[in-house]
Design a protein around this ligand. Structure first.
Ligand SMILES: Nc1ncnc2c1ncn2[C@@H]1O[C@H](COP(=O)(O)OP(=O)(O)OP(=O)(O)O)[C@@H](O)[C@H]1O
Length: 241
């Protein structure tokens, strides 16, 4: 299997507070990884380090063979942060156009990508409204569309479906599965939702800056003799205490 992202002995503290502790992880091409764990576990810090927005105190992260941070590699990553970084005074379409303009593509391709991304998150009818008039869920959806705009090889999505209704959540997940299966994209998703974690090929359960357990949802359930991933998480947490 081809490794897309390798995380080796990565630790990070903010001031005196250790946030990630000796994380080792290999992310294979064409798979969906779920980072799950309670609030404050260190999931966002880990994804921020993968995209190169934070530097590890020790250890190394390589993406597509390049040590991060690396500006060239950033072009190949679609990143959806937890808080929406949008231009409020511009319309949805203007936001999409702006982010598309950061990448090399012709006019026709750009219009095609905008139509695809807006359609995927069901924002076609709201594209000409200013983002300041969008609801929280609409802003999340626009952020997801922006993460997909340049057709990146890697998608890193920090809680992508928060505030999104179940029907649209279902269609977004179907599209993520299609992107993985048909286009070989590598996808990392952080989530609190166990149903979503079930759809991942591999789940890394993170608590207090450590990976408690990792593996396919099925293997984890068997390993911990658990009915669901919530139970795995509780049992794995008890073992490490
Ligand atoms: N820039 C920062 N400066 C200081 N502390 C930080 C910074 N970023 C994160 N932290 C702290 O690091 C810890 C881990 O935060 P992180 O956002 O990575 O958690 P998380 O697992 O993503 O949580 P959530 O699910 O709530 O998003 C928290 O205690 C947080 O307060």
């Amino acid at each position: 299997m081809e490794t897309t992202i390798s995380i080796e002995q990565v630790s990070k503290s903010f001031g005196k507070k250790p946030v990630l502790n000796d994380i080792d992880l290999r992310i294979e091409k064409g798979r969906i990884y779920g980072f799950i764990g309670p609030s404050g576990a260190g999931k966002t810090t880990l994804v921020n380090m993968i995209v190169g927005m934070e530097k590890p105190d020790s250890g190394e992260i390589h993406v597509l063979g390049q040590k991060m941070p690396d500006l060239g590699i950033l072009q190949k990553i679609g990143y959806m942060a937890q808080s929406d970084a949008l231009y409020m005074q511009l319309t949805g379409k203007e936001n999409l156009k702006f982010f598309a303009s950061l990448y090399k593509m012709g006019n026709a391709e750009r219009n095609e990508r905008i139509a695809y991304a807006a359609g995927l998150v069901n924002l076609q009818d709201d594209l000409n409204k200013k983002v300041s008039a969008y609801s929280g869920g609409m802003k999340r959806r626009l952020s997801l569309a922006i993460a997909l705009i340049q057709d990146p090889e890697i998608l890193i999505l920090d809680e992508p479906t928060v505030g999104i209704d179940p029907e649209l959540r279902f269609s977004i997940w179907n599209e993520l599965l299609r992107l993985k299966n048909e286009e070989g994209k590598t996808i990392i998703v952080t989530t609190h939702v166990m149903d979503e974690a079930e759809k991942c090929d591999t789940v890394a359960m993170i608590r207090e800056g450590k990976i408690l357990a990792g593996g396919s949802p099925q293997a984890l359930k068997e390993m911990y003799n658990a009915e669901d991933l919530n139970e795995v998480f509780l049992k794995a947490g008890r073992e490490t205490k």
